[in-house]
Structure formats: structure tokens, C-alpha cells
Design a protein around this ligand. Structure first.
Ligand code: SF4
Length: 475
């Protein structure tokens, strides 16, 4: 495909390109900007001005360098084979194709987009959003030939973005509601997505009727439509195969396909649990579920929450620990619609295990929370620390209250503890957090030190009868 005349290159080699703050000309969306969205709408042939790119509001040259701005990307498509089902499928590809443009970084989806344009590409001539729109039209039409007509509008006028943002939220909600009528048991095929492997090479999304994609952009219907219309694309069918564990959500077919698509990196997946073999997480998740060992409960944080969570860590720190396509027991990226799933963490206790979430998220998923638990789940308003959380859960008689009292009783003050055994390692220095402890299926606790640097100055190896002491080798 030729992009002759374009000021910058357009190629898959730019996928995964990161643009740091100091290198950006401007950014759109992100956490500092409340209103942003991307939306694809199916239209009639006569309603689409094919090839048109409109900028509604200030264009790049009119924006102050270094600023963060609202943005709405509104794309109208038409074609004999275009159905409403395909809107989210096309919409999700905005992420992929935008990242082909040299010096343009696109993250996230729907109401949560974050785009940066680099200073370097701006200097090269990428001075109008029109170039971005023209690149999208060329790429979409080449890759998805059922799109016969396409028109792209970039809305940068803050008032107009705000107005369209509300409409977009209603459209996303209506799409999500459609998938609530079916259950995983009703189908014999799930669907997969590997669109995010450019960022997280081992990551495979498994999209089931009761498990929306973690980016929240594709439900089972959307993934099915995508796999049908573009069988060579990133979405594909996953025959469920034998159900190995209906509570944890382990399926023979899912394990086989995920192993193949992750090139052997992930061999088992539990769809309804965050422990042992959780679903992998790329980086696009709408929320993070995190285990809180001190209360044996599960906390959640969504991308838009800017403060520290109850464990002291903000979303960004936990995102680094959760993402990248690895299975991290006790940390899981999920889509917001998963809160409404009848399989919601069913292997881990479901809602009865949920102890904390930001108030904004709690309000958003209020309809999904069992009424008897609503007042027993803390937010940043009631609990800013683990101690405050413990008190809150006990006071409100949360289903975990008895367990918390047991945990507390088991942790006696230091002077009351029995003498400790001879330590097997001394002088251990740990640089880098977070440290987490999660329960394992085999019993006991697994300690996860992710991204930690450990220096051992002296190691004592204890045998049954004697202790041998030696300094570590330098390497
Ligand atoms: S998060 Fe999953 S479903 Fe969403 S685009 Fe990435 S791989 Fe596909």
C-alpha cells in the first residue's frame, strides 16, 4: 500500500512505538482529560461522504505545544455487508491502524482513549489531523474490503466533544447490554483476540458470552462478527471443548488454542478466577482486580482513578505489574462489563470477596452489586489504608469479617510470638515494590516480588544437622 505524499511513514513497524511526555507535541485524552471517545457508526450509503476527513475545532497547528486536549473520533462507514454488529469491530481497529503512523501513539479504547503526537513527526509535516484520517481510510479499506465508504471526523471543540461523549456512552452501554442475555453454557464456541500482541506478545484474549474482553470493547457477538467477516484477522473461533472445571472456567479447547496462540507461553487459563492460572492481561484493561492478602479480599481500580488505592499503589503501578501478557496470580485486568457477568469471579467467591473499589467505579457498576453487599464494600471515602479497610469490613459485617478477625488473632504482637527458627537467609535487601502474597490452590501462600531487585549479602544454607555459611559468588 502506498502512502506517497504523506509527511510521515505509515507501516506496522511503528506499532508499539512509545512517545514520552517530553517528546510529544500534544496529547489527546488520557487521565487529565475528562471527555474523549472513539466511535464507529454504520450508516446508509447516501449518508457517508466517502474519503472525507473533517476537523471540527482547532487543528494541530492551533493547539499549544505540550498540552492535553479533548478529542472525539467519529467514523461513519457504509457498505452492502456492513451491519451494526460490525461497529465495535471496526472501532477496535482504530487502535491498531493509528499505531501504524510514525510518531502517533494510541492507547486504550472507547471513552478512555489516549493519543500522543510526537514533536518529530509534527516537524516532519504531520501538522493536521487530516493526515491521520486519510491514513485510517486507506488502511481500513485495504484491510476490511467490506467497508465501501468511510468518513472520519476529529472533534476537538471541547463543547462538541462533551456533547458527543454522552451519546457515545449510551451507544457503548446498549452494545454491552445485548450480550447479557446468553451464558457460556449456551454456546460451543468462544472467540479469541490477539490484536494486542504487538504490545504484549504472549497475550490472548478469550471472549465468552459471560466474559467480555478486558478492554471492554469486544463482547462475544462482536468477536464472532469480526471472526466471520475477517477470518485472517486478529479474531478467531475457539471451540470450547470439554469443560475441565465449571467453577474456575477451565476448558480443554481454550487451553489448546491459548497455548498455540501464545506460542506455548500460556498453557492453562481459568476464565472465572484471578488465582493460579488467571487470564493474561495486555495493557488495555478497563480495571485491575488486585488481591488484598491482609483481608483475603479483592479490590478493584479503574483506569480513571488517579489516587493511591487502599494498598497504597496507584493504577499505574499495578498496571505495570498486571500487564504485559503474563499470568500474574492475584492481579487481573478486566472489562467493566465483567462486573455484570453471572460468572464474576465465581471461583474466588464472587461479590462476597469484593472489599474495595473507587466510588466512581462503584457507582458505575451499582446495578451489578448484590443490594445486601453494597454498603459493605469500601471506597476511597471510607478506607484509605489497609487498617481503615479492616475496621470498615468488621464494622459493616462484611462476609469476610469473621475471617479478618481470625487473621488478626493469628498475628500476635511481636513479644507474644514464639521464638523464630534459625533464619535461612540473612541480609536480604529488596529494592522495588510491589510485593504481594496470594493463596495457592495447593494451600499456603505464594509471594510475588515483581520487578524487584534482590541483593543477598550472605546466604546461610541450613541442613538437618549442621549449618554451612558462605559468602555468595560474585558474578
Ligand atoms: S484487549 Fe483483548 S480484545 Fe481488546 S483489542 Fe486487545 S487483545 Fe483484542
Amino acid at each position: 500500500m502506498s502512502f506517497e505524499g504523506f509527511p510521515v511513514e505509515v507501516s506496522p513497524i511503528y506499532e508499539g512505538e512509545r512517545i514520552r511526555k517530553e517528546d510529544m507535541y500534544v496529547e489527546f485524552g488520557g487521565t487529565a482529560v475528562p471527555h474523549k471517545f472513539e466511535l464507529v457508526l454504520a450508516a446508509l450509503m447516501g449518508e457517508v461522504e466517502d474519503g472525507a476527513v473533517k476537523v471540527i475545532g482547532p487543528d494541530l497547528t492551533e493547539l499549544k505545544e505540550g498540552g492535553s486536549y479533548p478529542l472525539g473520533i467519529l467514523i461513519k462507514v457504509a457498505g452492502a455487508k456492513i451491519e451494526k454488529d460490525l461497529e465495535p469491530v471496526i472501532e477496535r481497529r482504530i487502535h491498531l491502524y493509528t499505531n501504524y503512523i510514525e510518531g502517533v501513539m494510541h492507547l486504550n479504547q472507547r471513552y478512555d482513549i489516549w493519543i500522543r503526537i510526537s514533536k518529530k513527526s509534527f516537524k516532519k509535516g504531520l501538522t493536521s489531523l487530516k493526515w491521520w484520517g486519510l491514513a485510517l481510510i486507506k488502511l481500513f479499506k485495504a484491510e476490511l474490503p467490506f467497508i465501501e465508504k468511510m468518513e472520519v471526523s476529529f472533534i476537538t471543540d471541547p463543547e462538541k466533544v462533551k456533547e458527543w461523549y454522552q451519546k457515545a456512552l449510551e451507544i457503548y452501554n446498549a452494545r454491552d447490554a445485548r450480550a447479557r442475555a446468553i451464558r457460556d453454557e449456551d454456546v460451543d464456541t468462544f472467540y479469541g483476540c490477539v490484536l494486542c500482541q504487538s504490545f504484549a506478545p504472549q497475550h490472548v484474549c478469550v471472549i465468552a458470552p459471560n466474559r467480555v474482553s478486558l478492554c471492554g470493547a469486544l463482547n462475544w457477538f462482536d468477536a464472532r462478527a469480526a471472526a466471520n467477516v475477517d477470518p485472517k484477522g486478529p479474531n478467531f473461533p475457539i471451540p470450547k471443548g470439554k469443560c475441565l472445571d465449571p467453577i474456575k472456567g477451565e476448558y480443554e479447547g481454550v487451553n489448546e488454542v491459548v497455548a498455540k496462540r501464545s506460542l506455548g507461553a500460556v498453557k492453562r487459563v481459568f476464565l472465572y478466577s484471578m488465582f493460579d492460572y488467571p487470564h493474561t492481561s495486555c495493557g488495555c484493561f478497563e480495571c485491575i482486580a488486585f488481591y488484598i492478602p491482609e483481608v483475603d479480599g479483592i479490590g478493584f481500580v479503574h483506569r480513571g482513578f488517579r489516587g493511591p488505592t487502599v494498598n497504597g499503589l496507584p493504577f499505574s503501578t499495578m498496571a505495570a505489574q498486571t500487564g504485559g501478557g503474563i499470568q500474574t496470580t492475584g492481579f487481573l485486568g478486566v472489562g467493566i462489563e465483567y462486573f455484570r457477568s453471572p460468572k464474576f469471579f465465581q471461583a474466588d467467591g464472587g461479590w462476597a470477596r469484593v472489599v474495595w473499589m473507587p466510588s466512581e467505579l462503584k457507582e458505575r457498576v451499582k446495578d451489578a452489586i448484590p443490594p445486601e453487599l453494597y454498603d459493605k464494600i469500601a471506597t476511597e471515602k471510607e478506607a484509605k489504608s489497609i487498617d481503615e479497610l479492616k475496621n470498615f469490613l468488621v464494622e459493616r459485617n462484611h462476609p469476610l469479617a469473621a475471617k479478618i478477625k481470625e487473621i488478626e488473632a493469628a498475628v500476635a504482637p511481636p513479644e507474644e510470638r514464639p521464638p523464630t527458627a534459625v533464619p535461612t537467609a540473612v541480609g536480604v535487601e529488596i529494592t522495588g515494590i510491589p510485593v504481594s502474597a496470594v493463596p495457592t490452590a495447593a494451600g499456603g501462600v505464594k509471594i510475588v516480588l515483581q520487578g524487584a531487585k534482590i541483593t543477598i549479602k550472605k546466604l546461610i544454607i541450613k541442613r538437618a544437622e549442621k549449618i554451612e555459611q558462605r559468602a555468595p559468588r560474585s558474578s
